[in-house]
Design a protein around this ligand. Structure first.
Ligand code: PLP
Length: 446
């Protein structure tokens, strides 16, 4: 088998003159949070990026098929985004909402135009964790209720609220954080009780929410929150109609419905701009981050005027939320997604990848499941298709093998058993073919 070659590009990275990876690693170990984790036995240092590619300190190119952990939506250092940020940086880098500035108002209007229904009021924050924290505050202030229903296998952030909503032991410290949060069973058609062959799986899984509300709460809840596809949990796609039934149960108990679109938003699922639309629901609150800013520290919460009105009972302030530069970056990202038809590209390339991954499943027994939508895809590795025992070490080794061939992938799932694919939405067919060829070889080399 010939070694797959990255598609050619007319781009030369700049010579790198900074410290070596070994020096950076040494400083990191001495001066940074020891809880930080690294991919790869021989840690990779990335010093430059262009579109769907990144470069290490030696100028070696890699296909970034994880997209900076689902964050690079329109491509690394997109020229329109870079230019919008440069222009704003030269004029005014920071101001806050105590003064008027056109960028925040303009950006809010453009973002609201992307939302269905009454979802028209925007709040800007700095991250997905902050967005979910604010969403919970809104839900509780609006409903007057306290309890929240989240899902097992979810990831919603690393601050106290995010950790409380998250349901993976990996990310949860042994400190109080889950106040009022109850986790319903994950609607996972691969591992759960009801599989893809059951046309009513969505209804069955949602039944657990009703039961949880009846047994674990006063019968009144503030909110139901879910990712539209569970990303960190290993790209778990819910059965059809799951969110519809889940929303019905939450609303019947007085709760509002929060869609965490941190990974699924901005066209990544291909068929729709928002992940929740793939389930034909309209939430009351939507949280966003990651791909919204193509790398800027930008998060947002969008809700209805009615819910927003309750947050006007107190002053609300966020120093960097709606910063002049990040709003310019966010607006440029929205523009590029539309102009370059990146949602359509996510669908086209995503389908090509999905078909290729299904072919690889026929060939490699380690692949137990292939799933996802658009450019948010995953393959779950199992030692045995009957027992579904997670193939954790094999998954890590496939990632190592791929890295050696110039392909960067992600990992997910409670046991690190799922390979995740979420490249920038500007990837080409040749990149997809390269990815599949590398992956095939990586499995064969185990
Ligand atoms: C679905 C989801 N929500 C929230 C977050 C938290 O976002 P942040 O890391 O920006 O705080 C993440 C991060 O991975 C996420 O995947």
């Amino acid at each position: 088998m010939q070694k797959p070659e990255l598609p050619p590009v007319a781009y030369e990275p700049q010579p790198y003159r900074g410290p070596s990876a070994e020096d950076v690693l040494r400083s990191r170990r001495q001066f940074l949070n020891p809880g930080l984790f690294l991919y790869y036995k021989r840690p990779l240092m990335i010093v430059e990026g262009k579109a769907q590619y990144v470069f290490d300190e030696y100028g070696r190119r890699y296909l970034d098929a994880l997209g900076g952990i689902v964050t690079i939506s329109v491509g690394h250092c997109h020229p329109d985004v870079v230019e919008a940020v440069r222009r704003q940086n030269e004029l005014l880098q920071h101001s806050t909402t105590i003064y008027l500035h056109p960028n925040i108002a303009d950006y809010a209007e453009k973002l609201a135009a992307k939302m269905p229904g009454d979802l028209k009021v925007c709040y800007f924050v700095n991250s997905g964790s902050e967005a979910n924290d604010l969403a919970l505050l809104m839900a509780r202030a609006y409903t007057g209720n306290y309890d929240v229903i989240a899902l097992r296998n979810s990831y919603h952030g690393g601050n106290a609220t995010g950790m409380g909503l998250t349901a993976h032991r990996t990310w949860k410290f042994n400190v109080p954080h889950s106040f009022g949060v109850h986790h319903a069973i994950a609607p996972d058609p691969y591992r759960g009780t009801w599989g893809r062959d059951d046309p009513h799986a969505g209804l069955h899984y949602a039944g657990d929410i009703k039961s949880l509300i009846e047994h674990a709460t006063s019968g009144h809840v503030a909110a139901f929150i879910a990712e539209s596809i569970q990303g960190v949990g290993g790209c778990v796609v819910f059965p059809e109609n799951y969110l519809k039934h889940a929303y019905e149960h939450a609303r019947a108990a007085g709760g509002v419905c929060i869609a965490d679109e941190v990974q699924t938003g901005f066209g990544r699922t291909g068929t729709h701009y928002w992940g929740f639309e793939t389930q034909d629901v309209v939430p009351d609150i939507v949280t966003m981050a990651k791909g919204i800013g193509n790398g800027a520290p930008l998060g947002a919460v969008v809700t209805t005027p009615q819910i927003a009105a309750t947050l006007a009972q107190r002053l609300h302030f966020n120093t960097f939320g709606g910063n002049t530069v990040v709003c310019a970056q966010g607006a440029a990202v929205l523009y590029v997604i539309d102009r370059e038809k990146l949602q359509a590209n996510a669908l086209k390339i995503g389908n090509r990848l999905l078909a290729g991954l299904q072919r690889l499943k026929q060939k490699h027994n380690l692949i137990g499941d292939v799933r996802g939508k658009g450019l948010l895809l995953g393959i779950e590795l199992v030692k045995d298709r009957a027992t579904k025992q997670p193939a954790t070490s094999e998954c890590a080794q496939v990632l190592e093998n791929c890295r050696d061939m110039g392909l960067l992938l992600g990992k997910g799932g409670l046991y690190g058993q799922t390979i995740r694919f979420s490249p920038p939405m500007c990837v080409h067919e040749q990149d997809a073919d390269f990815l599949l060829a590398v992956l095939d070889r990586a499995f064969s080399g185990l």
